[in-house]
Design a protein around this ligand. Structure first.
Ligand code: BGC
Length: 433
């Protein structure tokens, strides 16, 4: 691929703390994964031990040709109990940021990527009116300590994800509170046991366990976006030079004849209605994986003959270009692709995905849209939440028995594009070998 991207374009990959670090013991997910009857496919455990191996991983990114890394700081590590802040964990993330500096990797830090401290859930979680304040307090603490090393911050990952979750629930008629707490509703008795354990663990009624990854009330949605606004204000005070954004999960929403109104409704519900909260942001973090096509009666099923990913999504890398174009029409700010990728065990399909996605990004830039970077999801094969380690999104495979890293051909392919664009004068071949 021989397109030329603008100078300073951020070429990187993303991870999230809980999915890669391992032993996130004070988080709500750790509790849920390890309860009797949990239907998480498996617990996160040591994950891919990135907490210990981050230096090697960041050096490998540089070696491959990338110049940016989006990762998250884990709230449950920084504030394991309400109001008790852990200096040692701040020093850990300072070391991660230093490793980025040493490897000329621009860090893009996410302050909340799905997991929350278990104590937050005991105090009402993401339906409590106190949560925006609590979140902003944590953000302020982190940014006061580390902000001078953080040029880009994403407050909340996929602030709108609950809408997608609610749609899945509606489509499959799943018991909403079961999804909220991450259990399989087919297993009635097990569910009762799990509910009891959950209730004990969080000391609230199971229906009141409001972890981030669940359906939200309207009030809960407002709380999430309010948390973003409070965090943005707090970060601006303590680290004025850090550029601040949020990330949202957006489908390429399309319609067939008669489905236009449904598509319009979906766009409003999933994106447009939140615009007021984003007006003062410095960039928009866009995350896209596929498209959603609407007919007169709502979202259409994926056609039988369509290629599907391990996640059951339609393989549709051209979605990214369409979503960037749509977002750029609505928001007057730079767009950073904070996630885009595919779960597949056929790495050549990942290569084709990246190729098509980047062709789209380039076409947007050529038309004057300010796209400032592309973060592939994901750097490493990792813990895919409920589905455990079975889904492979990574550019780099990991043997979890040895924690050995094995870059896939897609990692070399993507790294070479990045390096060729960044170091136009150098022989990029030597970088990817
Ligand atoms: C999330 C990631 C997740 C990925 C693939 C995104 O919604 O931010 O944490 O692993 O999608 O499912």
């Amino acid at each position: 691929m021989s397109y030329h991207f603008p100078e300073g374009f951020l070429w990187g990959a993303s991870t999230a703390a809980h999915q890669v670090e391992g032993n996130n013991v004070n988080s709500d997910f750790w509790v849920m994964e390890n309860l009797d009857g949990s239907t998480f496919k498996e617990p996160s455990g040591d994950a891919v031990d990135h907490y210990r191996l981050f230096r090697e991983d960041i050096a490998l990114m540089e070696k491959l040709g990338m110049n940016a890394y989006r990762f998250s700081i884990e709230w449950a590590r920084i504030e394991p109990e309400e109001g008790v802040f852990n200096e040692t964990e701040i020093e850990h993330y300072r070391d991660v940021l230093k490793a980025c500096q040493e490897n000329k990797i621009t860090p893009i830090v996410t302050l909340h990527h799905f997991t929350s401290p278990a104590w937050l859930i005991r105090s009402g979680g993401w339906e409590s009116a106190e949560t925006p304040f609590r979140f902003a307090r944590y953000c302020s603490y982190v940014m006061r300590k580390l902000g001078d090393m953080i040029p880009y911050v994403c407050t909340i990952n996929e602030a709108n994800i609950s809408i997608g979750i609610a749609k899945i629930i509606k489509r499959h008629q799943i018991n909403a509170s079961a999804v909220q707490v991450g259990i399989n509703t087919d297993k009635g008795t097990r569910m009762q046991a799990y509910y009891a354990a959950l209730s004990d663990a969080f000391n609230v009624h199971p229906q009141e366990v409001h972890s981030f990854l669940g359906p939200r009330t309207e009030k809960g949605l407002e709380i999430i976006f309010q948390a973003h606004v409070e965090a943005r204000n707090a970060i601006r005070c303590v680290s004025p030079s850090t550029r601040i954004g949020i990330t949202m999960s957006l489908y390429d929403i399309q319609s067939i004849s008669g489905g236009e109104k449904q598509a319009e409704h979906a766009l409003n519900e999933e994106f447009l209605r939140f615009q007021a909260y984003l007006k003062e942001d410095d960039f928009f973090g866009l995350q896209n994986y596929t498209r959603a096509v609407y007919g007169p009666d709502g979202m259409l099923p994926i056609p039988d003959d369509a290629e599907k990913t391990q996640m059951g999504n339609e393989y549709y890398p051209q979605a990214l270009e369409a979503v960037i174009r749509y977002v750029a029409k609505q928001l007057d700010m730079p767009v950073l692709v904070t996630e885009n990728g595919v779960a597949t065990d056929q790495d050549e399909r990942r290569i084709a995905f990246i190729q098509r996605a980047l062709t789209g990004v380039h076409a947007c830039i050529a038309d004057g849209i300010p796209v400032i970077g592309y973060m592939h999801w994901s750097l490493l094969d990792n813990f895919e939440w409920q589905l455990g380690f079975s889904k492979t999104f990574g550019l780099i495979a990991v043997d979890r028995t040895t924690q050995q890293r094995y870059p896939k051909p897609s990692a070399y392919y993507y790294g070479k594009i990045a390096a060729t664009n960044r170091l136009a004068d150098e022989d990029s071949q030597s970088i990817v070998e």
